[in-house]
Design a protein around this ligand. Structure first.
Ligand code: SAM
Length: 287
């Protein structure tokens, strides 16, 4: 099939395809937070059956390596010095391959329907009547919390948990900060590192105690996982030492990491971190 550059060419291709053969299928598959052992059985089967896998930065190399050599791999994430493929471009890649009759696995970090634009990608298939399925994955909040020894709810600490986007530039006015700042509640911010100062200020302004325990989980469930415990007061200082992808977990459940931590990543971060922890605390204390 010739390259498709315009919507009308795409429509033409769809009609031709309907006249000739079967359309392919797109399966939106959650790859989980990083550890390949956290893939579902169905995700693994689809990775091994796909004609094409379209994946982004959050899908670990170990997971991509599970595909047979014959699978066409299409990377649509951001690489150093390059921009990621825009969402419309990703949609078009999915449509084009499905129109060629391929089984397309759209592999996404975590769960495709949690801050994953999975809904948008499926909506883009509707005009072409391309069949699709969705395979859920373990979302970062569940994976990181489990591997950091932080139960997101606990009868003595939190009766509810909320997942919030840290992409606050356009959405911060839509967030009900007063309801987030209540006690007995765990907050999990995705994509929050660069906004940690704003998160701290908004929560403190709405009555959350500066001493509220917090944990940042960096590259959760991977061999490079680091858990950085701190308090709301020191959140933005500690966040400067963390790298993406990281989750910010706020609430008294995060203290439990000190006794329930079980996962042993390659490096023992507690040794490395103990020095780092002293410095910011000293800074806050004005020392
Ligand atoms: C665009 S969202 C995608 C979330 C994904 N769909 C999920 O369900 O986990 C990306 C954000 O998820 C979080 N994240 C994903 N994987 C992570 C990991 N292994 N460790 C820590 N945070 C992670 C980070 O906050 C990252 O900025």
């Amino acid at each position: 099939m010739a390259t498709i550059n315009t919507v009308s060419q795409l429509n033409q291709a769809v009609n031709q395809k309907r006249d000739n053969t079967q359309l392919g299928k797109v399966v939106l598959v959650g790859a989980g937070p990083g550890d390949p052992d956290l893939l579902t059985v169905k995700a693994l089967r689809l990775i091994q059956q796909a004609d094409v896998i379209v994946y982004d930065r959050l899908v670990s190399n170990d997971i991509v390596a599970l595909a047979p050599e014959s699978t066409e791999l299409v990377f649509v994430g951001k690489r150093a010095g390059h921009h990621c493929v825009p969402q419309e471009g990703i949609n078009q890649i999915l449509v084009e391959h499905a129109l060629k009759g391929k089984l397309v696995v759209r592999l996404k970090g975590g769960d495709p329907f949690i801050f994953g634009r999975g809904g948008e990608e499926l909506e883009a298939l509707l005009p072409y009547q391309i069949p699709f399925e969705v395979v859920p994955g373990i979302t970062a909040a569940a994976g990181c919390a489990a591997y950091a020894g932080i139960p997101l709810t606990h009868r003595d600490h939190a009766q509810s948990v909320q997942f919030i986007t840290g992409h606050l530039k356009s959405e911060k006015e839509q967030i009900d900060w007063a309801s987030l700042a209540r006690s007995n509640h765990t907050l999990v911010f995705y994509m929050g590192l660069s906004q940690s100062g704003e998160i701290r200020r908004r929560l403190e302004a709405n009555g959350m105690s500066p001493s509220t325990p917090v944990a940042i989980v960096e590259r959760g469930t991977s061999k490079q996982q680091r858990v950085l415990p701190c308090s709301l007061q020191t959140l933005d200082i500690i966040a400067e030492h963390a790298q993406s992808p990281s989750l910010i977990i706020i609430g008294s459940v995060t203290q439990l990491t000190h006794k329930l931590s079980w996962f042993a990543p390659e490096k023992n971060i507690h040794d490395e971190y103990s020095e780092m922890r002293v410095a910011p605390i000293a800074k806050v204390a004005g020392l």
